[in-house]
Design a protein around this ligand. Structure first.
Ligand code: GLY
Ligand code: MN
Ligand code: MN
Length: 452
């Protein structure tokens, strides 16, 4: 077994700077409230593996459930208050370590730590006198009710001079804009997630052969991710052989991989709360058929054209427009679409084969936060933003409008792209994607397997 892999983490300073940046942007005399993710029962006594809420983690680095983060700029006893579970010897023996209110001050930079069980007693007092409350209303209904009950507690005391807040402001707007711009530390984590995903995709290409089950390739990803320090996939892996590749979010992964088919794998690791998101499509037997190769080369051409447009100053939709143009032209050339390219684009005829957009923001969430339009216009790309570029062509197995040879072919190619000061960097560039390179890699691996 190799030694543990290097595991970069964000510093306490970075979390503190984020809190400060948010507080600097908040309106005067306001307070921000961010609840932790809740635990979810999987079955009977077993919970799903807990994963902290991205916004909560972004501001705190704190991974325990049953916690609430409060930022109260200007508060005499400290601006950063963290409610968390109390230490409890019995519970810790059964369920694991807890930081407790003293621990969150000592280890997580909180100015004040309070037991979660004291929320109802303490929070109304923190809100009272603040004019505005920043809070992501609507995403956690149970917590919404709690927030309203605290406000109502204050309202019930107005005759004694209590001052309830007059305004709720959506916290997402400020926080999600911050999350869109990745720091050097964040980029390092995203590169780490990308690197382990790269290794796994190459491994899948090397090990693939007819007769394997889709879940066996999925297992190779889980193995590579876990042994490199990833505690979870960034999203459920998609391993679709043959026409399963035409189902955009296929996750059953329980069919046999057949000779002559392609396999589409969309899989990425989450590392320290940051996602990678890679798709590769390759022949199960190591060699593209002619129609597979024709469509593959077209998707790749469109992806390369789109990646070229990723640079500061260009807008969010340019990569998508590039893919639509190249794919529509190519589909006409190959005879899958007929008509004038401009008209086919105008009427969105290409959506018969390419029905999704070319990408999304990538970060702590695989479909990350951040507005795609600002003031009604597509957002201009800036240094530090990370996005995916992932065009595809999917020919439905029962699409009688096209020649039989195309039917059931599903192809997507996806990379993660960082906008740099002057251009871009493909974080996932090391997974082969030229058809010749994939065939060469698979042929070499096959040779090795025969020797053994
Ligand atoms: N893996 C989900 C996506 O590519 O958007
Ligand atoms: Mn993907
Ligand atoms: Mn994606």
């Amino acid at each position: 077994m190799t030694k543990p892999y290097p595991t970069p983490r964000l510093t306490k300073k970075e979390f503190a700077e984020r809190r400060q940046q948010l507080m600097d942007m908040m309106e005067p005399n306001s307070i921000a409230i961010v609840p932790a993710a809740s635990m979810k029962v999987r079955n009977r006594d077993c919970d799903y593996a807990y994963r902290q809420d991205s916004d909560f983690y972004y501001l705190s680095g704190f991974e325990e459930p049953e916690a609430v983060l409060v930022l109260a700029p200007g508060r005499d006893h400290g601006e950063y208050v963290l409610f968390c579970r109390d230490r409890d010897r019995e519970m810790e023996i059964w369920n694991g370590y807890r930081s407790g209110p003293d621990g969150v001050v000592k280890d997580f930079g909180a100015d004040d730590g309070f037991p979660f069980s004291d929320l109802d007693d303490i929070l109304p007092g923190l809100i009272e006198g603040r004019e505005r409350v920043y809070y992501a209303m609507g995403s956690k209904p149970a917590f919404d009710r709690q927030v309203m009950s605290w406000v109502n507690t204050i309202r019930s005391k107005v005759r004694t001079g209590a001052q309830p807040p007059g305004e709720f402001i959506d916290l997402d707007h400020l926080l999600h804009d911050m999350r869109l711009y990745k720091s050097k530390g964040e980029i390092k984590l995203m590169q780490t997630a990308a690197d382990m995903s790269v290794v796994a995709h190459i491994r899948a290409m090397e090990l693939c052969e007819p007769g394997l089950m889709e879940y066996q390739l999925e297992a190779e990803f889980l193995h590579e991710f876990a042994r490199r320090g990833s505690r979870s996939v960034a999203y459920t892996s998609i391993v679709g052989g043959g026409e399963n590749g035409c189902i955009l979010h296929y996750i059953e992964n329980n069919a046999e991989l057949k000779d002559g088919d392609l396999v589409l794998i969309d899989a990425g690791a989450e590392y320290q709360y940051y996602a990678a998101d890679i798709t590769r499509t390759f022949p199960v037997n190591g060699k593209f058929s002619e129609p597979q190769r024709a469509l593959y080369d077209l998707v790749l051409k469109s992806q390369i054209a789109a990646i070229k447009t990723v640079k500061p100053g260009n807008h969010w939709n340019e990569p998508h427009e590039a893919t639509v143009k190249v794919i529509t032209q190519g589909l006409v050339k190959l005879g899958l679409l007929t008509g004038k390219v401009d008209e086919l684009i105008e009427t969105e005829a290409y959506k018969q084969f390419y029905m999704h957009r070319a990408g999304h923001w990538l970060g702590m969430d695989v479909h990350d936060v951040g507005d795609y339009k600002v003031g009604g216009e597509w957002r201009v790309l800036e240094e530090g933003m990370v996005l995916t570029v992932e065009p595809g062509i999917y020919v439905s197995p029962d699409d009688k409008s096209v020649d039989e040879k195309w039917r059931g072919i599903g192809i997507r190619i996806e990379d993660d792209v960082l906008v740099t000061a002057k251009n871009h960097k493909v974080l996932t560039a090391k997974v082969p994607k030229k058809a010749d390179d994939i065939e060469a890699l698979m042929a070499a691996a096959k040779k090795q397997r025969r020797k053994r």
